[in-house]
Write a protein that binds this ligand. Sequence first.
Ligand code: FAD
Ligand code: NAD
Length: 482
Amino acid sequence: MKQLETDVVVIGAGTAGLSAYRNAKQSTDNVLMIEAGQYGTTCARVGCMPSKLLIAAAEAAHSVTEAPKFGVNTTAPQIDGKAVMARVRSERDRFVGFVLEAVDELPEQDRIKGYARFLDANRVQIDDHTVITAKRFVIATGSRPNIPGFFQAFGERLIINDDVFDWQDLPESVAVFGPGVIGLELGQALHRLGVKVKLFGVGGSIGPLTDPQIQDYANTVFGEEFYVDSDAKVSDMQQVGDKAQLTYIDHDGKPQTEQFDYVLAATGRVPNVDKLGLENTGIELDERGVPLADTHTMQCGDSHIFIAGDASNQIPLLHEAADQGTIAGQNAGRFPDVRNGLRRAPIAAVFSDPQIAMVGESFKQLNERYGKCGCFAIGEVSFENQGRSRVMLKNKGYMHLYAEQGSGLFLGAEFIGPAAEHIAHLLAWAVQNKMTVPQMLDMPFYHPVIEEGLRTALRNLNARLKFGPDIVQHCMECGPGA
Ligand SMILES: Cc1cc2nc3c(=O)[nH]c(=O)nc-3n(C[C@H](O)[C@H](O)[C@H](O)COP(=O)(O)OP(=O)(O)OC[C@H]3O[C@@H](n4cnc5c(N)ncnc54)[C@H](O)[C@@H]3O)c2cc1C
Ligand SMILES: NC(=O)c1ccc[n+]([C@@H]2O[C@H](COP(=O)([O-])OP(=O)(O)OC[C@H]3O[C@@H](n4cnc5c(N)ncnc54)[C@H](O)[C@@H]3O)[C@@H](O)[C@H]2O)c1
């Protein structure tokens, strides 16, 4: 067994780990980064980027399908599944290539391949070849799909997102379990690419939404386009030959038995912390075995161990992994001088159509914080008659904005609608700058743009905060259709 000594060990070379490594190096040269799997990051290999590539192909197909509604007649789109998947894979490989180039540029002696496991609070063993003694650690081991055991009945017909992006061709049919972020994005994209898709959930939730009214709207909109049952009753799961078979109760209450080429499990993700030997470190874990870490320093208790990215189970998104990696890496590098890092306003977007976005505090978080004191107001707008959205035939959507009574402080938003990824940025910047609703209404709004819908919701919110009059229907100074 090889023995090494160093100042900082970073476990995991994903987005959080790479960022932690770079930042720790600013304080000490002695940093080792351990990677058990392939370099290239989850985001580039099997996450953000290939999913958006598949969605882009689906959008291209959908715009052809929609063209006759503008008087532009076309034949139905001819989808070449092999070509779709070839582009997904080749562009994905390009993105992965950039990461690999960056990793290659790091000093070879700093990179160790193998699975790291804590022997005690200052030693990790890598596979069966190396033991490293270190003064500080950053855990950046990411997450993996959480697959309920009963799905094993589908045998090799059961797949996860990783498998989709290695397809050589599109299948004929897929049952997707989990109408969360991954299930919605991939399920709708596959449907638009001509794959027969049925999307099953539990408990009625859809996407990351917590506001019941926006959830209902989302359930209706997606259900109008393809089969979505976010509170499904599914039984008799099994593999039959080369198909997955299941029985479900359809929207009319009738049992249906159906076969699919694949069952895609998109039922949430769990942090990769269970096989790390954390019990040997003495740090405090929550009920799910995840280290309790300060959200501003990423420090586990008052220990010399830091955590970042999906492993922390805080906010499993790419930009959060990068930020947490920066904070954890800086603090591990200069420990015991531990400092608070920048945590930005929460923002999340789902690349479905219509898109979904969450900004600041969610409806659920606000209710937990304020209880039933009536201390926050909700402003709303429907995008169904919003001018620019109707022009583009993108007029499906509903928005809720939240602000504090008395101060008018803008707190957050949940919405589904056109260009939600962009509007979410305006709103997140407003949250981070601690803007009030009147201040947001002082900002410029062009015409005709989707943001005019946001202005209507802000005006409605302003009135409900008792800061101004209710919105005027068909407001003339707003421009036609605003
Ligand atoms: C399908 C999908 C789509 C997504 N789309 C988006 C999106 O559009 N926008 C967005 O913001 N986020 C998206 N995400 C989430 C985003 O990909 C993750 O939040 C982010 O990649 C997490 O980065 P990380 O560094 O924590 O983990 P990873 O990049 O997974 O890195 C963890 C690394 O640790 C290694 N490792 C694990 N255990 C050990 C060990 N014991 N020893 C050594 N190495 C180990 C792993 O091999 C891995 O390389 C998506 C995720 C998925 C699955
Ligand atoms: N656009 C993005 O930013 C993006 C895209 C994809 C993934 N992600 C990240 O990845 C994370 C994981 O995504 P995810 O979609 O796997 O998780 P998720 O938590 O968003 O959704 C899981 C869904 O599965 C459902 N579910 C659980 N058990 C089920 C069962 N037995 N049968 C049917 N449904 C079941 C849940 O009710 C929920 O709707 C997300 O939280 C997000 O942070 C982000």
